[in-house]
Design a protein around this ligand. Structure first.
Ligand code: CTP
Length: 422
């Protein structure tokens, strides 16, 4: 049995260049067993044609609200859908949905739909970061829509940055997840539904602004080599994902990682510790919580060679200079007694794990510190599981047995919520 056997998917395609990838989305959905009704906006029709989608889905494609008035196409499409996916979702369509506007077939259909809604935003970085779009994304999220992406990557015209639509397969996975989310709701209520019915998850971070750092920084030696570490970013990405699913407005400052951007999370890509430092401080004033899961290089080469170092020149001697300690600086900023932002640090230790963690918690002025014993091979770097001790500046201590990184993230965020409420 395929993952979407018998599922009716409403595929909305809006007018961005990424519309060309929506054909692949349609093919993947049909391949997974779904029956797909496609609605193109007028803008989408300028990028792609209805014939493509009719051919791929084997079903008529709708574009017009003024056709077949008597059959009430929008009501029929909206009611019959088990899930709706808008791929790509332009800034304009998101604004219309957030405002409840219904001036074309796609928006009237979505207003008549009560099924879960998945949005795959795609736009230029400036548009994605504009306060209006951030607001609309938040409104839609609060109403239960699932936002997947956008990714950081190459955009139309050769620009690069956050705003690139997620890969078709990632969008299809998000559709499956949205349906599972609904199925998991105990009372059978639709969770994550666009109509804004009761959410199935605890939204205890609603309205909380959380900055998470993730991954291992890279300090360049020459154009091809760097000093790095084993951090994969999995713990930080899990934290960002769980925080967003609990309603937080999340900025994820990510060192190089191939992990996909969690749904609804604003991702800022950085490479070096200094870039991470600047990205964190650019956002800090707006934050309620900072979670520093990144493994930040303590030192960097004092200079970076502009040409590749050649073996024949002999072993290079690399002079190292210290990087700023981001967490310690954040702690020092609050020395006047401020209790915001709440600071959560991580410590990767191999010896005297808990004692080293306690000393680090005090030294850095954090509120909470997650201590990992990275000498174990089922916890810490690269793996999907973790085992940790969560230490609190007021003497609290929680031992987290071997768990998925999402579960560890849940425990950490529970402690954050407790401090926010205190
Ligand atoms: N950290 C940071 N900036 C740095 C180094 C570390 O913000 N330059 C943060 C990490 O993100 C983590 C915490 O500090 O949350 C502890 O990191 P860790 O590498 O364990 O601590 P160090 O201060 O580097 O101590 P040591 O390497 O000596 O154990």
């Amino acid at each position: 049995m395929e993952r979407l056997d018998g599922v009716r998917v409403l595929l909305g395609v809006s007018g961005g260049i990424a519309a060309y990838k929506a054909g692949i989305v349609a093919r993947l959905l049909v391949g997974a067993g779904a029956s797909v009704d496609t609605v193109l906006t007028r803008g989408a029709e300028r990028f792609v044609g209805t014939a493509t989608f009719e051919g791929l889905t084997g079903r008529p494609v709708r574009t017009e609200v003024w056709e077949d008035i008597a059959t009430q196409t929008h009501v029929g499409l909206g009611r019959s859908a088990d899930v709706a996916l808008i791929y790509p979702a332009t800034a304009h369509v998101m604004a219309k949905l957030a405002g409840g506007l219904a001036d074309d077939l796609l928006t009237t259909t979505l207003l008549a739909a009560t099924c879960p809604l998945v949005l795959a935003p795609a736009m230029h970085t400036e548009m994605w970061q504009h306060a209006a779009t951030r607001h609309n994304a938040e409104v839609l999220r609060q109403r239960g829509a699932h936002l997947v992406g956008p990714d950081d990557g190459v955009l139309m015209g050769g620009d690069s940055g956050p705003g690139r639509v997620v890969d078709p397969q990632v969008a299809v996975d998000a559709v499956v997840a949205a349906l599972e989310d609904r199925a998991a709701t105990p009372d059978g209520q639709v969770s994550g539904s666009f109509a804004g019915r009761t959410a199935g998850v605890d939204r205890d971070l609603e309205g909380t602004r959380v900055l998470v750092t993730a991954g291992g920084t890279r300090e360049p030696i020459d154009p091809v080599r760097f000093l790095g570490n084993r951090s994969s970013g999995k713990m930080g990405f899990a934290l960002a994902e769980v925080a967003a699913s609990r309603g937080a407005d999340v900025v994820l400052v990510a060192a190089p990682s191939t992990l996909p951007t969690p749904a609804g999370v604003q991702r800022v890509d950085v490479t070096t510790a200094l870039e991470m430092y600047h990205a964190v401080f650019a956002h800090i004033d707006a934050m309620d919580v900072v979670v520093k899961a990144a493994a930040v290089a303590d030192f960097r080469p004092s200079s970076t060679a502009t040409s590749k170092l050649k073996k024949d020149a002999g072993a290079p001697s690399i002079e190292l200079v210290p990087n700023p300690d981001i967490l310690a600086e954040l702690g020092a900023r609050r020395d006047g007694g401020a209790d915001r932002p709440i600071l959560v640090g991580f410590a990767a230790e191999t010896d005297d794990v808990e004692a080293a963690g306690l000393a680090k918690l005090k030294r850095k002025g954090a509120d909470l510190l997650v201590v990992n014993d990275v000498s174990a091979n089922d916890a810490g770097f690269e793996v999907d599981t973790n085992r940790a001790i969560l230490l609190d500046r007021d003497g609290g201590r929680v031992e987290v047995p071997l768990s998925s990184k999402a579960e560890v993230a849940g425990v950490v965020l529970d402690a954050v919520v407790a401090r926010l409420r205190a």
